[in-house]
Structures are given as structure tokens and as C-alpha cells.
Design a protein around this ligand. Sequence first.
Ligand code: URA
Length: 226
Amino acid sequence: MRLDKFLVECGVGSRSEVKKLISCAEILVDKKICKDNKKNIDEVNTVVEYKETRVIYQEFRYYKLYKLDGYITATEDKKDKTVMELLPEWVNKKDLFPVGRLDKDTEGLLLFTNDGKLAHELTSPKKHVDKIYRVLLKEEIGEEEIKKLEEGVDIGGYITQPAKVEKINSKEILLNIKEGKFHQVKKMLKAVENEVIYLKRETFGKLTLEDMFLGEVREINREDVI
Ligand code: URA
């Protein structure tokens, strides 16, 4: 791979930024200054250094975000702010996309990766990945409604798969579902004549929010996900 492409893919900078670094003698290749941006390097074995630190090539990257209200889950949009804007500068955004979808007003756990295969596995209905949502409700919820949510409700021509509900108090539940239909949680609560007034995803597969703060981003490993 060309040296400039390698540096871009490792998140060192944009194409023009890395070209500048190379011409300014800021990049070492196998311990020697390299001013040739077209130099062919082996991504795994060649030792490339910038600011006295080795630049490591990672084909796939994984990050988790504690999403804030007000951002849509998309890589770009003409009207709204997207979740991509919540990723700090140190995140290598090349080919990165959010896995699954949280509504604009939903907070909580969102995974980003450039690993299309893993993203497909996580969102495939066959995989049954658990997602736990904290749901604050407009109306008090009774045992009968909880039973209905657990057994499956009609959300407009589709009967939801069995779910688990933990009642926190009369207007707050934890809802564990394995599917991810459009507006699923809001539609499920509507089906039992209630309304979601706040929604937060707390887990996604093995991932949790742990002690993250709102808006925080952490780099994680593939093994952390499933
Ligand atoms: N279900 C919803 O209704 N909204 C979300 O953002 C996620 C799940």
C-alpha cells in the first residue's frame, strides 16, 4: 500500500495533511525519514512512525457512543445533525458507519464500525441480539400490559417476538427485545395504549454503557461486541 494511503487509513490525517507531513520529513519508515508519499509499504511489517510513535494499521475499527438527543442516525443529512458529528477528532472516520438505528430523540448506546460483516450479523433478525431499553412512560403500566408486551403485540401488521419486561416503577420499565423494527419500542408501547416520553438504549449485545457519560465515545474490540 502507498505510504500516504496507509497514513490516511490509519487516521493520521486527510490525504493533503499526510502529504504535507511526509514532505516536511515528519514520517519515518523503517527508522529513516521518508519524503516519498508514493513509497510502497507493507501495512503489517513496515515500521512507520510519526511523532516517535508507531502507526498501527487496523483493518476494522469499533467504537461505542453514548448518543445524545437531537442527532439522527445517519452518516450524512442535509437538514439534521448526524451521529457522525458526535465522534471526536481522534476517531478515524474513514468508512465508519453506525450499526442499527436510534431515533433522533433516543439516547444511549450506538456502535460504529467499518466492519460490514459484523454489522450485518448484529442487525440480522436471525441473530437475536439482545437490546435493553430504559423506557419512561406517560401513563402508569399494569401487569396486563406487561404480559402483552412480553408475549407480542401488533405494531401495524407485525406481531413482535417475545420480549422481557422489568418493571422499575409504575411509569418506568426496562424492555429487552431481540428485534429492531422501525420505532419498535414506541410502537409497542402505543399498542398497549401508552406513550414513550423518554427512551434510552442501555445494552446492545454484549455492549453496555458502563460508566460512560452522555456524548462519550470509547474505542472497543470486536470481542467486546458479540
Ligand atoms: N425503538 C424506538 O422506538 N426508537 C428507538 O430509537 C429505538 C428503538
